[in-house]
Structures are given as structure tokens and as C-alpha cells.
Design a protein. Structure first.
Ligand code: ADP
Ligand code: MG
Length: 413
């Protein structure tokens, strides 16, 4: 994949050039206040690298899931301000991403300065399944710049106009964040140091079951907690009460448990859980055996015995990938399991990778030093799909472009 340096060579330097950067700035925002700016910070190095070379940097990004039309609840305006603070230079904000404001903002951009376009998902074409409809959005984005840098790792698994189609219309390269993230994922998939342990949790159960299929042939141990665990506990015939449960996935889970046994992959499920009667911050917590959940209760965390077992397994590991909190860490009474796993990862003698938006947020919210982890990924869905062995359209398109890129380079010699 081409890098920004390759792009600079091809264009004969980047000073004064307009470069469109797709970043992932999809941070949690509450009433205009940014709750966790991790993804904005992760996007800064590439933007700064370009700006330092005198590039006119035009950033495009999305926030949340608006319905394809302008909705100020999903405005990137607060993100522009925070990005400016982090860069130490004001970021010009365009109030649309394809219209007059975008054009005027780009036209008046000085060398080495940065502009952010409003939420690209305010255009229904951005996420359309129809390539021709997406193409219209991509065409308009492409008129704003002379080159494209893909740095939104959290969206590279999406075939969307600002991720995929625009890369076919401009000389394209990957940014630093995409390069770093792909590098770490390659380390996980190509000869990971063993024991290699994967910890899965969180609430997006059906999204995450697919990865187990591929990991059963790769990881030495699988550790399951969080909302994920209850479908597996139910698959073993246990009552799980009102806990998260995906009934239609029970046969899949049974299949995984059988395959793990056949293949000698250790499969750890919680043996005790923290239950309560309602999903609330002040709910009263109680610890029970995993096979003793009353029908009118729900499990919101792994229990202390499970936390200790999981941590012990992690302390022997040389490579760990962790995706999904062990419990509802947002409520202090159900944060212990997630804290224990995070703590074990910080003590690991090897490579520890945290993937998933909420897992990364949990690490910060619980007060851990981010540098104590090997890598905190900005893309949960993207890293899971990579580990599932799927191709990521936003990466594929950069690889495919390389040929024409190389051919173009040859012509200049
Ligand atoms: P990530 O973003 O790290 O991939 P998910 O989005 O899948 O993780 O899930 C994160 C959410 O899962 C958190 O908001 C957390 O409260 C929730 N969660 C964890 N354990 C449970 C549980 N036992 N029951 C319900 N929700 C849970
Ligand atoms: Mg999440």
C-alpha cells in the first residue's frame, strides 16, 4: 500500500496540494460535549504530518448514524474545535461536506492549514448499497482535492463513498493510523507468540460470534465474558434469566464449544456472575454461580472467581487480543470484571491489543494508563472482520490502486 511519502513523490511534493483525508472522528458526544476524544487524538499524527509539509488538509469524517440528511445532533462542529486544540491551530469548519460551504472552505484554505467537512453521512449516498449512488458522493468529494489519504481505520470495513469509492478516483495512500493498525493485526495473524489468548465480551453478540469461527484454528485459548457469555451458558443448558441472550445463536454456540473440545482449544466461560434485578447504576449487585441465575435476574458482570481465573490465564499469555468489556463497566457495581482483565493486560509480558470502541473507552474510564497496553485499536468492527479473515474494502481498494500507482510512477521515469 502506498504511503504519504509515496504520494508526495508522485505529486512532486505536497506543499500547496489539497489532500482529502478520511479520518475516523466518531467520538461519543453528549449535548455538544465530547465524552472521550481518543479517536480524535488517534487521527492527529497523519493530519499533522500532512500539514507540516504545507499540505492543505481537507478532513472528511462521520459522527454516529444520522438518517442520511442534516441533523445537528450529529454535527462534527465540536469535533472541529477539539481537533484544533489538539493540533494547536484553528480548524476551519465547513457546514456541509459536498456543497457550497465545503467548496468555499477548501478554496480559502492556506498552505499547512486544516479544514474539517461536516458529517459526510448527512448525504444518503455515503452509505448507499448502490455503487452509482455512492459514486456521486465520491465524485463530489474528489473535486475538492488532488489526492486521498485513508486514515479512518474504524471504517475501512465499510464500502462507503468517503472510504472506498473516493479512493478509486484520486491518487490514494494510507495514513499512519491505518498503517499502525494493520501492522498490529498482521502480528496477531502471522505467527503470534504463544500462548495466544483471545478475550471476547461486550454486547454485540451476533457481530462477534463470527470471529470465533476463525479463531478456533488460531488462538490457544478463548475467554468469554460480558453479554457474550450468556448465550454460551444457555447453550450448556443453564438458566440465564433476563441476561443478554441470542436464542437463534444457541446452535452456533454449541457448535463452537464442541469444536473447541475437539481441537484442544481451551474455552473459558464465567463460573460465577454478578446479577441484579434491573439495568441501573444503583441496582443491588449479588454474586451467584453461573448455573444458579434466577429467572427474574440478569447477569451484568463476571464474578470475582471468574475474574481471577481469567487474569491467571492472561498472566501466562504472550499475545492477547481483547474485544468487549466483561460487564456493564459504566456502572461501578459491574466494573470489576473489566477492571481485572484490563489490569492483567497491562502486566502482560508480550503483545496486548485492545479492540472495540467501548473496550478502549473502558480502559480510559477506569483510569488505566493507555501506554501500558501494546496497542489500543480505534476500530472494533474493522479489527474483528480482519481477524475473521474477511477482506476490508477500504484496504483492498488501496492495494488495488497500487498497480496503477506504480504504473504512473514508471511513466514519470
Ligand atoms: P466494543 O465496543 O468494545 O466492541 P460492544 O459494543 O460489543 O463492545 O459492547 C460494549 C457494551 O457491552 C458496554 O456498553 C457494556 O455495558 C455492555 N455489556 C457488557 N457486559 C454486559 C452484560 N452482561 N449485559 C449487558 N451489557 C453488557
Ligand atoms: Mg461498542
Amino acid at each position: 500500500m502506498a504511503t504519504i511519502d509515496d504520494l508526495s513523490r508522485e505529486l512532486g511534493g505536497l506543499r500547496g496540494r489539497r489532500v482529502l483525508v478520511r479520518s475516523d472522528l466518531n467520538v461519543p458526544v453528549d449535548g455538544g460535549t465530547i465524552i472521550d476524544d481518543g479517536r480524535i487524538r488517534a487521527g492527529v499524527p497523519t493530519i499533522r504530518q500532512l500539514a507540516d509539509q504545507g499540505t492543505r488538509v481537507v478532513v472528511t469524517a462521520h459522527l454516529g448514524r444520522p438518517d442520511g440528511s442534516p441533523d445537528l445532533d450529529y454535527s462534527l462542529a465540536p469535533v472541529a474545535e477539539r481537533l484544533g486544540e489538539l493540533l494547536g491551530a484553528e480548524v476551519a469548519f465547513a457546514t456541509d461536506s459536498l456543497g457550497e460551504s465545503a467548496q468555499a472552505t477548501v478554496d480559502s484554505l492556506q498552505d499547512g492549514r486544516v479544514a474539517l467537512l461536516e458529517n459526510v453521512r448527512f448525504n444518503a449516498g455515503e452509505t448507499s448499497k448502490d455503487a452509482a449512488v455512492r459514486g456521486e458522493v465520491a465524485d463530489r468529494l474528489a473535486t475538492l482535492a488532488e489526492a486521498f489519504v485513508s486514515d479512518g481505520f474504524g471504517v475501512v470495513h465499510r464500502k462507503q463513498a468517503s472510504v472506498y469509492d473516493v479512493a478509486q478516483r484520486l491518487p490514494a495512500a494510507m495514513g499512519q493510523l491505518v498503517a499502525t493498525e494493520i501492522g498490529v493485526l498482521e502480528r496477531l495473524t502471522q505467527a503470534p507468540e504463544r500462548p495466544y489468548v483471545v478475550v471476547l465480551g461486550g454486547a454485540k453478540v451476533s457481530d462477534k460470534l463470527g470471529v470465533i469461527d476463525n479463531l478456533l484454528g488460531k488462538a490457544d485459548k478463548l475467554v468469554i465474558g460480558g453479554g457474550m457469555a450468556y448465550t454460551f451458558l444457555a447453550a450448556q443448558g443453564y438458566e440465564v434469566g433476563n441476561s443478554l441472550l441470542e436464542k437463534d445463536q444457541l446452535p452456533t454456540c454449541r457448535g463452537y464449544l464442541n469444536r473447541a473440545a475437539d481441537q484442544g482449544v481451551e474455552f473459558l466461560l464465567p463460573t460465577d456472575v454478578v446479577i441484579t434485578d434491573r439495568f441501573a447504576a444503583d441496582a443491588v449487585a449479588e454474586v451467584v454461580r453461573a448455573d444458579q441465575i434466577p429467572a427474574d435476574r440478569m447477569g451484568l458482570d463476571i464474578g470475582p472467581e471468574s475474574a481471577q481465573r481469567f487474569a491467571a490465564v492472561l498472566s501466562d499469555a504472550r499475545t492477547v487480543f481483547w474485544n468487549g468489556p466483561m460487564g456493564v463497566f459504566e456502572f461501578e457495581a459491574f466494573a470489576s470484571g473489566t477492571r481485572a482483565v484490563a489490569q492483567a493486560l497491562t502486566e502482560l509480558d508480550g503483545l496486548s491489543v485492545v479492540g472495540g470502541g467501548d473496550s478502549a473507552a473502558a480502559v480510559r474510564l477506569l483510569g488505566f494508563d493507555e501506554t501500558a497496553f501494546g496497542h489500543i485499536s480505534t476500530g472494533g468492527g474493522a479489527s474483528l472482520e480482519y481477524l475473521e479473515g474477511k477482506t476490508l474494502p477500504g484496504i483492498d481498494v488501496l492495494d488495488a490502486g497500487e498497480e496503477t500507482f506504480g504504473q504512473r510512477l514508471l511513466k514519470t521515469r
